[in-house]
Design a protein. Structure first.
Length: 117
């Protein structure tokens, strides 16, 4: 059986594709999986969605999302450790806001996709 041109072309594409494969280093892999872990928890998604709109204090987040302040603080700590949120202090109040435009864009696109699916 003779190979046709398309078979040879496909084989060459696969070989070229394999040669260009770039592996993911362990640190990057950890950050990626932790980011998806953050986005896999509904309360964190709700908090991030709220913070994508504007900054809020812990009390404001708790009130707007009908959550306990301790729950909000716990989730914000997780998100802050991943650098997904940041805060600023005004007196004794901490105001949180989104801190990673790439992740927030991905979250907003996913929400848009889910609403129009």
């Amino acid at each position: 059986m003779t190979k046709n041109y398309k078979d040879v072309e496909l084989k060459n594409e696969i070989q070229t594709s394999n040669e260009e494969f770039e592996s993911i280093d362990e640190e990057t892999l950890f950050i990626v999986t932790q980011t998806f872990k953050a986005l896999s928890e509904p309360t964190r998604v709700r908090i991030l969605h709220l913070l994508a709109q504007k900054e809020h204090s812990v009390n404001e987040i708790a009130e707007k999302l009908s959550l306990l302040q301790s729950t909000v603080s716990h989730q914000l700590r997780f998100l802050k450790n991943l650098r997904l949120v940041k805060f600023r202090r005004e007196g004794t109040t901490l105001y949180y806001s989104a801190d990673d435009d790439h992740v927030m864009t991905m979250l907003q696109q996913t929400i848009h996709h889910a609403r129009h699916h």
